[in-house]
Design a protein. Structure first.
Length: 558
């Protein structure tokens, strides 16, 4: 640890493998490889910010060059090599920023310089931070050296975006994926640091720091630094003060907002949001916290109190559990999609605060529409039940007799009220029974054919690939020729035909072949099979330039 540093992130930076937290498997693997003299030509560390990529790179450099050996790696009383590596001024250890040295010319200089043996250390080491910034030409120029470097040369790469590193490079490196640090482990670490610094911060505030840092040790230490500097008096820093410092608000406000939101109380919803906004909470942070509470409401049954990464206390957990029992999953999923859409459109309106209020009001109306649809379905079910009873027990009047009686009455006659009500109920039930059911993709295509929806049928067969089909949800992939109004048109028709609202979701997965391509492949396979038949061989023997190009099936064969 750099005890002279005033910044906690540097002061408590690990110096040996045992100091690392959350990366024990990586540390043990590298330690064993160096101990057995089987170190890799190149190491590649990837992970989010602040989990130890550059730190481990420096420890590896020390382990390879420490004068005391890997088993007695310097921790406090540094040897010359370890001291210079820790201070980033060792003549044979080059820590480079790939963003500023991304060109092929810089890489050629590096390769040219690597031909010279180390001056004082055992190994000459290049540490390239954020290596994904290198150009493709720069990477290509490194390929040969990476694969067969001189015995004294080692490369260590660090990146937060492994997908931008060419596969040819990854395959030549020993890759280590550094995970986010576990919440409990990170909490214990920053609590120990807080005690070492004689800080007065309670555990709830420390848990908030852990949550905000999202598994990044450096972020946690930087936030702890801010928290320690914010209190000059002898009082202890509590959760509410920490929330103000870091721009976070008490989730109880948001949970209360959800309660009134699901009750349809617009006035209270807006008042609670304004009180949150007046605390200095930015709309983007509000929406992200809104999504987090939505997630917990939907999945609270599968979450343990001790497994929420310090996101919920006991009271919040219980309140969310009660809310989840009164809200349908469909409503929560619709809210989730709408919130994501709002998040992406946040910068369209200059006053984001107004966007947030309108967002909440629109959610209230969406909830009302869902409740209205549910009530209609309940009424229909109740009417169906009541009509069955009236048919079997109460009214005991045959439908044909009612129709006959109605036909025989004159126009000026007043209909019997009970008979008219029975007819209305039966008509509603008949309308409901006439609604169609669609249980698979083939039935949907056939239904479009029956309903004379030629355009929709063409899109489904030609430009759409099915990924999954469930009741009221279809997941598809599509090509560039798909009509821009396809989703709206198919959704409206499905609601009209089935009486249900369907979700049409786009997927990045490659779905099944389109029906057009399926038929094309089927015909190709049939042609290939027919070419193997004796009759085809006889024809081609008799007519040398004959070629089977198409097959037409009889109606009986279809």
């Amino acid at each position: 640890m750099n005890k002279n540093s005033k910044v906690l992130a540097l002061k408590y930076r690990p110096k040996i493998f045992k100091d690392l937290i959350g990366q024990e498997i990586v540390a043990e693997t590298i330690y064993n490889s160096i101990k057995q003299n089987r170190s890799a030509n190149a190491y590649l560390f990837t992970g989010i910010r602040g989990v130890g990529k550059t730190t481990i790179a420096r420890i590896v450099a020390k382990a390879l060059n420490c004068k005391n050996g890997i088993e007695n790696l310097c921790k406090d009383n540094f040897c010359d090599n370890c001291k210079e590596i820790s201070n980033s001024n060792h003549i044979d250890i080059f820590e480079l920023d790939a963003a500023s040295r991304s060109s092929v010319e810089n890489t050629k200089e590096l390769i040219e310089f690597s031909r010279y043996a180390p001056t004082s250390a055992k190994y000459k080491i290049y540490i390239l931070d954020e290596c994904h910034m290198l150009s493709r030409q720069a990477w290509n120029s490194l390929l040969k050296t990476l694969e067969e470097p001189p015995e004294y040369l080692r490369f260590i790469f660090a990146t937060t975006e492994i997908n931008k590193v060419p596969v040819t490079i990854v395959s030549r490196c020993q890759r280590f994926d550094l995970s986010r640090v576990n919440s409990e482990e990170l909490f214990k670490f920053i609590k120990e640091v807080k005690n070492n610094e004689n800080g007065k911060i309670n555990d709830e505030a420390l848990k908030l720091i852990v949550k905000i840092s999202e598994g990044s040790v450096r972020d946690a230490l930087s936030l702890l630094d801010r928290a320690l500097l914010s209190k000059n008096d002898k009082s202890e820093l509590d959760l509410k003060t920490a929330q103000k410092i870091f721009g976070y608000f008490d989730k109880s406000y948001l949970i209360n907002l959800f309660k009134f939101l699901f009750k349809g109380d617009e006035k209270e919803v807006i008042n609670i949001y304004r009180s949150i906004y007046n605390q200095g909470v930015e709309p983007k942070i509000f929406l992200n916290n809104f999504l987090e509470i939505l997630y917990y409401i939907k999945n609270i049954s599968s979450i343990k109190k001790e497994g929420t990464s310090f996101s919920l206390n006991d009271n919040e957990f219980n309140d969310i559990n009660l809310i989840s029992k009164e809200v349908s999953p469909e409503t929560l999923l619709l809210f989730w999609q709408f919130t994501i859409k709002t998040l992406s459109e946040l910068n369209v309106v200059s006053n984001q605060n107004l966007s947030m209020e309108m967002f909440l009001i629109r959610l209230l109306y969406i909830k009302q529409d869902i409740n209205t649809d549910n009530k209609k379905n309940q009424i229909l079910n109740h009417e169906k039940y009541s009509t069955n009873i009236s048919k079997n027990e109460q009214i005991d009047i045959n439908k044909d007799e009612i129709n006959l009686e109605v036909k025989n009455k004159t126009i000026s006659q007043i209909k019997n009220f009970s008979q008219e009500e029975t007819l209305n109920i039966e008509n509603k039930i008949e309308d409901q029974l006439n609604k169609l059911k669609v249980i698979n993709f083939e039935e949907l295509i056939n239904l479009c054919d029956e309903k004379k929806e030629a355009k929709l049928k063409y899109e489904l067969e030609t430009n759409v690939s099915l990924v999954s089909f469930e009741d009221q949800k279809i997941e598809i992939s599509f090509n560039e020729n798909l009509d821009k109004n396809f989703v709206k048109d198919i959704s409206l028709k499905l609601y009209e035909w089935t009486g249900k609202r369907w979700i049409i979701a786009f997927s990045k997965e490659i779905g099944q072949l389109s029906k057009k391509n399926e038929k094309k492949n089927e015909k190709t396979n049939m042609i290939e099979r027919e070419k193997k038949e004796d009759i085809y061989k006889k024809i081609t023997n008799s007519i040398s330039d004959a070629e089977l190009v198409d097959i037409k099936l009889n109606n009986d064969d279809r």
